[in-house]
Design a protein around this ligand. Structure first.
Ligand SMILES: NC(=O)c1ccc[n+]([C@@H]2O[C@H](COP(=O)([O-])OP(=O)(O)OC[C@H]3O[C@@H](n4cnc5c(N)ncnc54)[C@H](OP(=O)(O)O)[C@@H]3O)[C@@H](O)[C@H]2O)c1
Length: 433
């Protein structure tokens, strides 16, 4: 009799329902590729009384996790329920019972990923987590397979759809951050509590996962310097445009001579850079490899079917490994010791938007601060503020270290002629104004 691979599905929300749909609709393709059908044996939910979408037999539902992790016929646990500590414990229990794991859970993976991978490997189990970074874009597989022979020097990603949607609408429609956030919440692109997205934590989790893989170092979430877009104003985006740049919330990870830096921060990218054209809720990850050069991966970063596609593809991968008897064989130990760059070793250009007294000597006072810290200036705009005795000064520096920029900021704050430092952001590359 033909074998069927059975899964226990933890969660039947947006992604879980998508997984069921894809398994139902694409079963022919799945069987063709892996030789066997995949069946959902049990589904863990929170609320047994909730009305469910689609054609799902109620007999599959349970609210008892043991019915999945201890089920003798279940080969793989597909975790799409979210949560961190409790979920990690569920997956540990599943691995103890020799179940393989497929998860879409970046929150849990960013904290417990290395322990989970290690524990799974000791138990000869597979763990796959493609959907946890950039939903439908196969970026994890690209790093671990497609680019495995290369040395990755830099990754820059738009890995949070909510913030990309907000920044796109702000500049295209001349709207405030608060106004577009409200709309994003009404459309379901942003959560009722949007802080994890707009403060950059969601993107930071993804950056830590990608950096661990790209640089073969153990990267912790706290190694990622994080700044979100909560304080972004339309004027910041407008002046960036005037100077030839598009503002994006970028996850940046780079390696030079064995040392790495990771951050999530609003960043100006030149209009001609491929990341500048990524609009609305779409995601993209730019990867620079020593041998391959520039590559970019683009697609939907979330959504029911895109995310479920990544989950089911992972599932098929695990089934192939089970058939070949090679589960748990992927190397999970990083190759290199994690060495973080000091702020004096992190270089980029910077954008400043200042408000200063509109009088003789102001300009000299400001440029002197930059000169004292040996930061040279690339572009400068100065606009008088209507009806006020102040002017808005927008400037972009040449490359300087983060340490130099911190010193400049400190000195500007105490400069008499400065009425306010509205904003400062990292700049990548050369804009064409
Ligand atoms: N949505 C996306 O586009 C997307 C994209 C990439 C990654 N992800 C990740 O995928 C995971 C699932 O996201 P989602 O959007 O599908 O979430 P969701 O719609 O809120 O669904 C969560 C599901 O898990 C169940 N559940 C939650 N906690 C549970 C518990 N303690 N015990 C039993 N069942 C529990 C819920 O049960 P009830 O139905 O009974 O409430 C629900 O069916 C998350 O880790 C998320 O970060 C989502």
């Amino acid at each position: 009799m033909q074998k069927t691979f059975n899964i226990g599905l933890c969660g039947l929300g947006t992604v879980g329902t998508g997984v069921v749909k894809i398994l139902q609709k694409h079963q022919n393709e799945i069987v063709h590729q892996i030789g066997y059908p995949i069946e959902v044996k049990k589904i863990l939910v929170n609320n047994m009384d909730k009305k469910r979408e689609g054609n799902i037999p109620l007999s599959l539902l349970t609210d008892k996790v043991e019915e999945l992790v201890e089920h003798p016929d279940i080969d793989v646990i597909v975790e799409v329920m979210g949560g961190i500590e409790e979920t990690y414990e569920v997956l540990e229990k599943a691995i103890q019972n020799k179940k393989h794991i497929v998860t879409a859970n970046k929150d849990m993976m960013a904290i417990y990923g290395s322990s989970l991978l290690q524990f799974a490997s000791e138990n000869e189990c597979d763990v796959r987590y493609e959907a946890s970074v950039a939903g439908g874009i196969p970026i994890i597989r690209s790093l671990t397979d497609g680019l495995a022979s290369d040395r990755i020097h830099k990754i820059m990603g738009i890995v949070n759809g909510t913030t990309n949607y907000i920044l796109t609408k702000m500049i295209e429609q001349n709207r405030s951050f608060e106004d577009v956030l409200l709309e994003a919440q009404q459309l379901g692109y942003a959560e009722a509590d949007p802080s994890s997205d707009i403060d950059g934590l969601d993107a930071a989790r993804k950056v830590s996962l990608l950096s661990t893989l790209a640089f073969s170092m153990s990267v912790q979430l706290q190694d990622v310097d994080v700044r979100g877009i909560r304080d972004m104003s339309y004027d910041d985006l407008f002046y960036a445009e005037q100077l030839g740049y598009t503002m994006k919330l970028l996850g940046i990870a780079s390696r030079d001579e064995g040392k790495i830096e990771m951050s999530v921060q609003p960043t100006l990218v030149p209009h001609h850079h491929p990341l500048a054209s990524i609009k609305d809720e779409y995601n993209a990850v730019y990867v620079y490899g020593e041998a391959v050069g520039e590559t970019m991966f683009y697609g939907p970063g979330a959504g029911q079917l895109p995310t479920a596609t990544a989950v089911v593809s992972d599932l098929m991968d695990v089934v192939k490994n089970i058939r070949l008897g090679v589960t748990g064989k992927t190397s999970v130990q990083p190759q290199f010791e994690t060495k973080l760059k000091h702020s004096s070793e992190i270089y980029s250009k910077f954008f400043f938007r200042l408000e200063a007294d509109d009088e003789t000597g102001t300009f000299l006072a400001i440029t002197s601060v930059f000169a004292e810290e040996k930061v040279s200036l690339d572009k400068i705009l100065q606009m008088p503020k209507q009806g006020r005795a102040t002017a808005e000064i927008v400037l972009i520096t040449h490359e300087a270290s983060k340490e130099q920029i911190d010193n400049v900021l400190h000195k500007l704050e105490s400069l008499q002629v400065i009425n306010g430092i509205h904003s400062y952001y990292r700049v990548e590359g050369e804009g064409e104004a």
